[in-house]
Design a protein around this ligand. Sequence first.
Ligand SMILES: N=CN[C@@H](CCC(=O)O)C(=O)O
Ligand SMILES: [Zn+2]
Length: 411
Amino acid sequence: MKLLITNIKELLQVREKPVRKVSGEEMKFLPTIKNAWLLIEDDKIADFGAMKDIPEMLVDKEIDATGKMLLPTWCDSHTHIVYAGNREQEFADRINGLTYEEIASRGGGILNSAKTLQETSEEDLYKQSAARLEEVMKLGTGAIEIKSGYGLTKEAELKMLRVIKKLKQNYELPVKATFLGAHAIPSEYKKDPEAYLKLVIEKILPEVAEDGTAEYIDIFCEKGYFSVEDTQKLLKAASKFGLRPKIHVNQFNAIGGVKAGVENNALSVDHLEVMNEEDIEILKNSETMPVALPSCSLFLSIPYTPARRVIDAGLPLALATDFNPGSTPSGNMNLVVSLACIKMNMTPEEAINAATINGAYAMNLSESVGSITKGKQANLILTKEIPSYTFLPYAFGTNSIESVFINGKEI
Ligand SMILES: N=CN[C@@H](CCC(=O)O)C(=O)O
Ligand SMILES: [Zn+2]
């Protein structure tokens, strides 16, 4: 099947020579071709170029994209979309004055979601999660990472990972699974949190590894959750099973999680709302991608990741949603890109780079998605008629997407 898209007003994120990620100054540059064409052959990007040079070709279908932009789909490298129920009551409680931390210390928060998930059947959990996945795909997400972490028992964590596996089998976009058993301390372990970490390391992790249902390991390294020492222990144990870290760090406090991540060759360190100079220095000369989650900052009214400090220090930065029932009940990458520009002072070029190629890197998917490069998966966003790509983050809250292609097929 050959699908030709012609008269594209601007083809964005064109990388003839593949790149794995872009950092610092490079992020300011978004390579494009104006008045372009792109050929999809089966599930891959076969060729592209400027309309003035379009060769003669026979195709099965042609789309005229006059006035519209074409870009790679968003790469959302941090989500918790497998969850059961919602937490809108806690949202109301926060409006009435309770903090996120206070809600958690009363047994709400992650523990609230864990209780609901434990009581939800695997089938129902799959249905709820698949509906969210379909929603975000229509919003332009074409590669996604999904975490466990609302199970907090061996059975429920394995149930979550089986649901992620089923999503992977039933949907064509790349899905990466992360084991986040160390997301919170269950109430029954409150007096002996060490015993819960022991359970995760000695009982749950080996089974997860044996099932082969997770590629990455995660932990919530934060005051009141898991310490740097816990993080080191878990990451070392997981590395024996080949699980690379992608960890929650520096959401409320900078306690040394970034250093622990880098020391353990983390693929990414995520959140980073609070960062000190040492964190920035440690990330230099590492292969670890810092990941910002601006819609979490918006929803919880907490600081935004200091993107300018990160990028101006020469580092790369990726953007992701953090879609989850407590801190970010939204998986809209378009909003994330807008917030990055509006609240984090990132340029549209930086934000688009962060949400495509750098997001791909943070899932180890740079070779297959995240840019317009021959041979990559044809996971593409076709916009409505818009004046320029800057209009995408500028018109926040407007859906500028006309259609989304996954593996060359319109969804
Ligand atoms: N901070 C830790 N985990 C999630 C939120 C979990 C929740 O509130 O349910 C996050 O990334 O924001
Ligand atoms: Zn998260």
